[in-house]
Structure formats: C-alpha cells, structure tokens
Design a protein around this ligand. Structure first.
Ligand SMILES: [Zn+2]
Length: 223
C-alpha cells in the first residue's frame, strides 16, 4: 500500500506544521497479509510506546497459535485497508481504547487513492492504561508469581503487554467490522485470544528454558 508515499507527497507546509506539533506516523503490517495496514498516529515523545505496538503486530502476530489467528481471519479480511490507531498515554474516561465512528486523524479523514479509495478505520488506545490493566486477573497474577523469581520476568511482562495491545487492536477491529456484535462476545473473543496467546508463550518459554541451565526458572517445572 502506498501510504508512506501518500504521506510524503502532501504539501510541505502541511507536513511542517504536523512535524512541529510533534505528530508522527509509524506504519506496521501483519506479516501474513497486505491489509489492513496499521498506521500509528502518535506524539514524537512516545516512540518507545509505539515500538511495542509495532512489535505486537509485526512480530507477535505471526507467533501466536494458529487458532488465535484464525479467530480473527475474517475480521482482518473485512477490516478497512487502513487502520489508524491514535496512540495516547491515557484517556480521561479511563477506557483502554475506543473505536471512532468518524476518522479524526486529518490525513486519513477522507478516502484517498493511496488508501485504496475506501474510508480508513480509526481507534485510540491508551497505552499506560493498557499497561496497568489486568486483562485476566487470575491468570496474570498466577503467571507473574511463577515468573517472579525468574530472570525472565521483565521479558515476560513486555510480552504480556504486547499481547494485550494486540488483543485490544483486534477487539476494536472486530467492533468496526461487526458493529452489531454485543460487547460480551467481542470481549470474549479478544480475551480468549490474549489468554491462549499468552499461555502458548509461557509454554514455549518453558520448553526453551528447560534446555538451558537457569535455576531461577525451575519453579515453572512440574516438580
Ligand atoms: Zn468493546
């Protein structure tokens, strides 16, 4: 998709004003499909946060179990070609994310050839809220205590956060595609995605760790 070229081809004046305001766009694509393309709209201060979201889409999506990807196959196929994510730190209302009925991010507000002539979809994600959110309280806590003694705790927490971001992105995409689906079923699917993906990550980590000598991790074994 020609989004990058489209953004660069806009009038210099417009791009300058955007730059001075601190507005940046970072693209992320799913490895197994050309669309939707994720366009993260963010402040220049949030580059590290954006990096997490991009890694979730580009690196974690291909690694989650097949069944997790299948659950969103149709949704991603029917999703707008461009998914704009306004990355914020927090939301006044306290929500983790919203989908926007109208696209507010200026360059994507109108259908454009480079955006495949169709309207983009837009959502916001409140990064710091997601970071503090216990998606699945019992499971998160149980896994946390298993990892607490391990040298991999930090890595685990980072993975957990990225899978949350990914599940929220998919959750909002689901709302966009099937706006009639009740919140319960939309949430059920995204939580199942999160739980399964996280469980698979823990499983894999266990498997690799058992091949190396890392005593701090032995609590995860069946002993
Ligand atoms: Zn929802």
């Amino acid at each position: 998709m020609a989004v990058e070229g489209y953004l660069r081809a806009r009038p210099r004046r417009v791009r300058w004003r955007e730059w001075l305001r601190g507005r940046r766009y970072t693209l992320a694509s799913f490895a197994d499909r050309e669309r939707p393309l994720v366009v993260v709209a963010h402040s220049f201060r949030d580059a590290a946060r954006v990096g997490q979201l991009v890694a979730a889409v580009e690196e974690d999506w291909p690694r989650v179990p097949e069944s997790c990807r299948e659950a969103y196959e149709e949704i991603l196929r029917k999703a707008p070609a461009v998914l704009v994510v306004q990355l914020r730190r927090t939301n006044i209302c306290g929500c983790l994310a919203h989908r926007h009925v109208l696209v507010k991010e200026a360059p994507f507000a109108e259908p454009h050839e480079a955006l495949e002539g169709a309207p983009a979809g837009e959502m916001d994600i409140a990064f710091d809220r997601v970071e503090g959110w216990l998606a699945s309280p019992l499971m998160d806590t149980a896994l946390d205590t298993q990892f607490i003694a391990g040298s991999r705790l930090e890595e685990f927490r980072a993975q957990q956060l990225r899978l949350r971001l990914l599940s929220i992105l998919l959750h909002e995409a689901h709302h966009m595609v099937y706006s009639q689906d009740p919140e319960d079923s939309v949430r059920g699917r995204s939580l199942a995605f999160y739980r399964e993906a996280l469980a698979a990550y823990v499983e894999n980590t266990r498997a690799t760790m058992s091949l190396t000598i890392d005593r701090s991790f032995s609590r995860l074994g069946r002993d």
